[in-house]
Design a protein around this ligand. Structure first.
Ligand code: TRH
Length: 402
């Protein structure tokens, strides 16, 4: 049985973040990033509860999946198992990420605190309880962000929606991200050094370098077949994972037999197999490439902070709902572009996401015509969408107001 405690005194800024890993790395990627930021920038006492430490290891290699409790980058990381292996004490703020159901013992502890506070006003109130939702650029998000939901036990939960406009919960971006990126990109030596650290040889400064972190799609194979015939040398940097499932016809062996650092040459295209790195290493990769193919939620956002042109492979949903989300984002992203650039950018992303390999290759070839405009846009876009406040600062303000 897990012990539940009613906290006697109000501790300052003890936050719990609960993450259930559904699949892939996005759930843990987002919550881990937020936990680090709240610890580093606000000096909060953050505990991240995660139900799958093995998945977490892919983006935090130092993590020991056999431990119930450990600390990295100042964040307490606890295994979320049933029952909780670590004694639970109600925090000041409890975040359930992406509608994961909180453990019963946690809800009980929050409820006990709520009851105690009702009996005696001098005991702390129940934690602020938030459900951190998935990111979407759809317009309905503004109306739903911050809405309360009364629970049967008298507790109140708020929906916190990240988003691209001032009326939403904002976007996760550490305060120094854009400055660090600018410094990195101002010196070509950083890119060369990173490539050599990753064991990437034979990349000249004039070659085109593209990072590829996608789900399975025929569009990727279509692009590779085009890149092989390119007049310029092209390097596709592919972290080990799902993208490779679409490229088996180009591989010399089974995916399981590939090793990080391996290079596969087809015409003017070199495929480089990369190890997965931690989040900082992945940022540096995005900052160093000419174009990035990204997916899901967190890498999608990091590609925007990287200020480089990108293709977004959105997480597929039932009934093609994801295509509506993609269209909503493209509507916003392409708003200030010339009609020609807007059309190419939209068509390229739509073709990639609907597995139209031929159309994807066709639209890719048009990128040359709009390259200067897309590069300038990629620089300005992050400044526009931050709207002066990133997600963590809006979240802290939201909690204060609650
Ligand atoms: O892994 P994803 O496909 O995650 C998805 C989405 O979040 C989706 O919305 C969600 O419903 C689903 O998971 C369950 O893509 P995403 O969001 O880009 O997350 C990848 C994380 O992995 C991100 O934090 C970046 C990180 N990463 C590294 O740290 N190192 C690496 O080498 C790579 C390739 C990624």
């Amino acid at each position: 049985m897990t012990h539940c405690e009613v906290k006697p005194l109000k501790a300052t800024n003890h936050w719990d973040i609960f993450c259930c890993v559904v699949d892939n790395y996005g759930d843990i990627g987002v919550t881990w990033r937020l936990a680090k930021q709240l610890t580093n920038e606000y000096q909060f006492n953050i505990t991240l509860w995660v139900d799958d430490l093995k998945s977490f290891c892919h983006i935090l290699p130092q993590l020991d999946p056999s431990l119930n409790s450990q600390q990295h980058s100042g964040v307490h990381i606890n295994l979320w198992a049933d029952p909780l292996p670590v004694r639970y004490q109600a925090a000041d703020v409890v975040i359930e990420a992406f509608a994961c159901d909180l453990p019963g013992s946690v809800v009980e502890a929050m409820h006990a605190q709520h009851q105690a506070h009702k009996r005696d006003n001098s005991t702390p109130a129940a934690p602020v309880w938030l459900n951190l939702e998935y990111l979407s650029a759809e317009s309905w998000v503004e109306g739903c962000h911050g809405l309360p939901s009364m629970q049967n036990n008298g507790l109140k939960k708020h929906f916190y929606f990240p988003g691209f406009t001032p009326q939403t919960g904002g976007l996760i971006c550490e305060k120094d991200t854009l400055d660090k990126r600018t410094v990195w990109q101002s010196n070509r030596h950083n890119r060369r050094q990173l490539f050599s650290k990753l064991g990437l040889s034979n990349i000249d400064d004039n070659d085109t370098v593209i990072s590829v972190f996608s789900y399975e799609t025929a569009s990727l194979l279509g692009l590779c077949q085009l890149w092989m015939q390119s007049t310029k040398r092209i390097h596709a940097l592919i972290p080990q994972g799902r993208s490779l499932n679409s490229l088996t016809s180009l591989l010399p062996c089974a995916i399981a037999e590939l090793s990080a650092g391996q290079q596969i040459v087809h015409g003017n295209l070199t495929l480089h197999i990369l190890p997965m790195t931690d989040q900082q290493g992945y940022d540096q990769l995005l900052w160093s490439c000419d174009v990035n193919i990204v997916r899901g939620e967190d890498s999608f956002l990091r590609a925007q902070w990287a200020a480089k042109p990108f293709i977004w492979h959105i997480y597929p949903q039932d009934d093609d709902y994801h295509l509506e989300k993609l269209a909503a984002f493209l509507q916003s992203y392409c708003d200030n572009l010339s009609p020609q650039a807007s059309k190419i950018c939209r068509s390229l992303n739509m073709a990639f996401n609907t597995e139209q390999a031929g159309a994807t290759a066709e639209e890719w070839q048009k990128l040359d015509f709009i390259q200067p405009e897309m590069s300038l846009h990629a620089q300005q876009w992050p400044i526009n969408i931050l709207n002066d406040a990133d997600l963590a600062s809006r979240l802290v303000q939201f909690v204060k107001n609650s």
